[in-house]
Design a protein around this ligand. Structure first.
Ligand SMILES: C[S@@+](CC[C@H](N)C(=O)[O-])C[C@H]1O[C@@H](n2cnc3c(N)ncnc32)[C@H](O)[C@@H]1O
Length: 391
């Protein structure tokens, strides 16, 4: 057996506890952990030995994207299996390569990073997000909730946690396509402000504001959170935005929130987290979220404590994100015919890995989702118990 085939055999044997079959480019095959393979990995051609030894996850992901590997079996389950096996290749920390692809997050980089991901067509996103266009973990109150209901649940849940009252000023940092700021104004009477770095999102929100006649109540700006100044808010939140801030900028993010909040003001961060230290994922950084960094939950709590905030509540919604991603992927899959009109096969395989890989990563507990609620100084107006959130 060639060196490359032996290396692949070792890697796969170490990484899987479930029945799996590997078919090599020359027709050779190996099978382990049982007769009925749950996954069949077919190498249509050989792959780079150098990259495989440097970073097996990236080497195999790129080979899949390029069509050099085909996978039979559910990719989400395969990822769960990989994260659940102690010596799996997916747990090998990326070394030099991770440094090369993890971009910095200065203001110019951040604009490019956001536009690379969010400005690839509202039409594309509308094919697999629900009508709200919320692009973050939904909140399921039961198995029966569909995506739209669960996203609306999430918005209400966050606005209730924030104890938002009519007339209060609310800022949504990284407001996406604007559903939350519009609902905060319409249903809670807030004066809503949103910022985003995506031009497509910015244009869409402005249209929605006009259509709903909310020009005096909802305001959106195309700007970086670091440029916000000379204004304060009763409530400041971010959903799925902290992951774009970058490791080195976490202190600046929390310093900025402190500066923007009135005394007694309340803030909520809704972010993907690592259970221990923060990390960047080389595949996601290179292809999906340049500049992305998943903070460790303890990093967030430390930042909050060290900035002089009062920590009010921490909640994990890990399973909710697994389910959200599964639903997004189902929509993505059902719309492949339309997606193929504008995106090539490599893009589709890349996004399949992204959506399915992240679902598996949440389900296996490799990553989590936390909502963290905190106030600037004390706030004794919040009700005595958490019941207010559920009424
Ligand atoms: C995953 S989306 C989440 C959008 C929305 N909060 C939601 O839940 O649907 C992340 C958002 O953060 C914004 N963003 C990323 N970096 C930013 C920055 N430096 N300043 C302001 N917004 C930023 C993006 O433009 C995008 O709107």
């Amino acid at each position: 057996m060639s060196i490359l085939k032996t290396a692949l055999k070792t890697i796969f044997q170490r990484s899987f506890k479930e029945p799996i079959k590997i078919i090599f480019w020359d027709g050779d095959s190996i099978q382990f952990n049982g007769e009925e393979p749950k996954y069949v990995v077919t190498f249509n051609k050989s792959i780079s030995e150098e990259l495989l030894s440097e970073d097996p996850t990236l080497a195999l992901a790129e080979a899949y994207m390029d069509g050099d590997i085909d996978i039979q079996g559910d990719i989400k389950d395969l990822i769960i299996s990989l994260y659940s096996t102690k010596d799996s290749f997916i747990k090998v920390k990326s070394g030099i390569l991770a440094g090369l692809v993890s971009k910095r997050n200065n203001k110019k980089d951040s604009i490019e990073n956001a536009q690379y991901h969010y400005d690839i067509g509202n039409d594309f996103y509308s094919l697999w997000l629900d009508e709200s266009m919320m692009y973050s973990c939904a909140y399921f109150k039961s198995d029966e909730d569909n995506l739209k209901v669960a996203q609306e649940n999430k918005i209400d849940y966050i606005l209730k946690k924030l104890w938002i009252k009519p007339g209060q000023k609310l800022l949504d940092i990284g407001c996406g396509w604007g559903e939350l700021i519009i609902k905060a104004a319409k249903s809670y009477g807030a004066k809503s402000y949103g910022i985003t770095l995506s031009e497509e999102q910015y244009k869409t929100i402005n249209k929605k504001i006009k259509k709903e006649n909310l020009e005096n109540q909802v305001f959106v700006k195309l700007m970086d959170y670091r440029d916000l100044k000379n204004e304060t808010f009763d409530r400041v939140l971010s959903i799925g935005m902290l992951e774009h801030v970058g490791e080195g900028n976490l202190p600046d993010y929390f310093k900025k929130v402190y500066e923007l909040l009135v005394d007694g003001g309340i803030s909520l961060v809704h972010s993907i987290t690592m259970p221990n230290d923060g990390a960047n994922n080389i595949f996601l950084n290179k292809y999906i979220f340049p500049g992305g960094y998943v903070p460790g939950v303890k990093q967030i709590i430390t930042e909050i404590a060290e900035r002089g905030f009062n920590l009010l509540d921490v909640e994990s919604l890990r399973r909710h994100y697994g389910k959200t991603l599964e639903m997004w992927y189902e929509n993505f899959k059902s719309n492949l015919y339309t997606i193929r009109q504008t995106k090539d096969e490599r893009f589709i395989r890349m996004w399949t890995l992204f959506l399915q890989g992240c679902a598996g990563s949440f389900y296996s507990g490799n990553i989590d989702l936390h909502q963290v609620l905190f106030s600037k100084g004390i706030n004794d107006n919040i009700p005595w118990t958490r019941e207010y959130i559920y009424n």
